[in-house]
Design a protein around this ligand. Structure first.
Ligand code: ZN
Length: 212
């Protein structure tokens, strides 16, 4: 089902069981206060963390989104998944990254602007300016230390997700006027609908950018 880092993990005999145990999780949305939590470092990468990442990938692909932080499914841990491969090409092979305890160790002075969206702030998109390239250190799903130098949409997505681990949302990078407007809109909707939605619910505008 997944290529790259996942191939070694799924042997055919276990595949059915593996697919069976993955589960779609509910994505929490603005104004859920848990989105403002600072998430905790993961002390050890065990089966429960790997199962969490499996659920996160499943939930992210189903949404669909290009990134998901654990806090977006109400788990306050420094864990995130991302896959920007399908953004440019629907039929592209999945290229999932599983990232634990990430730390940005370098950011370029050069900036770039992307239209960002967020699965926790559905159907709202706005341009955000961030460093064009970043280098980050993290642990992968096997507990191995990794370093990634990201550029383009991957750099933006990585920064967007790491922000989530610190309780920061992409609307915090907008003007106060825009942020207040969208916050009020979601607060009002939450009163009518309840605070969360099931992943995949609601129609996505095909012309809009990806959510993360
Ligand atoms: Zn987000």
């Amino acid at each position: 089902m997944f290529r790259g880092p996942w191939r070694g993990q799924i042997d055919l005999a276990r595949r059915r069981y593996y697919l069976m145990v993955m589960a779609l999780r509910t994505i929490i949305t603005l104004p859920d206060p848990r989105l403002r939590r600072k998430c905790a470092q993961v002390p050890a990468i065990d089966a429960s963390i790997r199962a969490l990442m499996d659920d996160m990938l499943e939930t992210m692909y189903a949404a669909p989104g290009i990134g998901l932080a654990a806090i977006q499914i109400a788990v306050p841990k420094r864990v995130l998944v991302l896959d920007v491969a399908k953004r440019a090409d629907e039929n592209a092979t999945p290229d999932p990254h599983c990232i634990i305890n990430p730390e940005i160790v370098w950011a370029s002075e050069e900036l770039s602007t992307y239209q960002e969206g967020c699965l926790s702030i559905p159907d709202f998109f706005e341009d955000v300016e961030r460093p064009a390239r970043v280098r980050a250190r993290y642990l992968d799903q096997h507990g191995r230390a990794q370093e990634i130098e990201a550029e383009g949409i991957l750099a933006t997505c990585l920064q967007h997700e790491i922000d989530h681990l610190n309780g920061i949302l992409f609307i915090d990078h907008l003007s106060r006027l825009k942020r207040d407007r969208i916050t009020r809109k979601f607060a009002k909707t939450a009163k009518l609908d309840g605070p969360s939605r099931k992943s995949g619910a609601g129609k996505q505008d095909a012309a809009a950018g990806p959510e993360a």
